[in-house]
Ligand binder design. Sequence first.
Ligand code: B4P
Length: 190
Amino acid sequence: MAEAVIFLGPPGAGKGTQAKRLAAELGFRQLSTGDILRSHVARGTELGRLAKPLMDAGKLVPDEIILGLIGEELAAMPNPRVIFDGFPRTLAQAEALDKLLVQRGIRLLGVLLVTAPEEELVRRLLGRAQEEGRSDDNEATIRARMVEYRQKTQPLVDYYAKTGSLKEINGLGTVEEVYRAIQEALGVRA
Ligand code: B4P
């Protein structure tokens, strides 16, 4: 059966970390728009050249580009079982995804909102900068990403709360503790 889970939350909350593990456990495909964009940047594609300055400035990439990427990925899956990691990030993306889910008969298992206090998020992302050297993990860009999150992504919390699919996860514990809260919220294992 075609099924999907959405990970929502501010930068550094643990979306990518948890989505990877959940995808492996459920046998789902992790679809991270951030990873897809970074792969375009690394390969120097036209899309990558367009996205890089926006990502380095902490800005969101335009909806039509993101929707094109997601549309392509889903079109290539006959029976999608997907963890959306970092998508949708705007109301326009959420509305377009709703249509895609209906068209493809994909059941939404839940929208996991992972949150933590901003200072902890900044601390984690600066820590990752030391290890991975991602060009958007510097303090100025991180603050800009937080502003984008509050302005453009936070409205999705209400959007999904109204549909009854929102599950709030405290992202402040260890990776293991957060993962257990996610399993419980989805009812995938005690
Ligand atoms: P993303 O790649 O989605 O980056 P992110 O929000 O920082 O989240 P990420 O998943 O990487 O971090 P995580 O919290 O797991 O986006 C990057 C950029 O791409 C955006 O700014 C935007 O420009 C663009 N973009 C992507 N999707 C888009 C869309 N749909 N529309 C428009 N633009 C889009 O982890 C962070 C750190 O915390 C890691 O070092 C991790 O190890 C650590 N960590 C995780 N859990 C922890 C825990 N419990 N305790 C301690 N540390 C923890």
